[in-house]
Design a protein around this ligand. Structure first.
Ligand SMILES: [Zn+2]
Length: 72
């Protein structure tokens, strides 16, 4: 994780209050939260745009990515 990414992650965690933005659960460990790109990167969106980022727990992130794969 680069310094920039770490900053972005900390900011997102502060905004979300450690909650997953989808299921509103607070994962037991902070490192179970992961930064998700709302619009997948390969859709040509600026990945530095923080409005395209959300915090998801590992489980929601996996479910979302699985759905994206099915849509391709
Ligand atoms: Zn979740």
């Amino acid at each position: 994780m680069t310094a920039n990414n770490r900053l972005r992650f900390k900011r997102l965690v502060r905004v979300s209050g450690y909650e997953c933005m989808k299921c509103q659960n607070i994962p037991l460990m902070n490192n179970m939260l992961t930064v998700d790109h709302i619009v997948p990167r390969h859709h040509g969106v600026d990945r530095n745009n923080s409005s395209n980022l959300q915090l998801l727990c590992y489980r929601c992130h996996r479910i979302k990515n699985f759905r994206n794969m099915q849509n391709i």
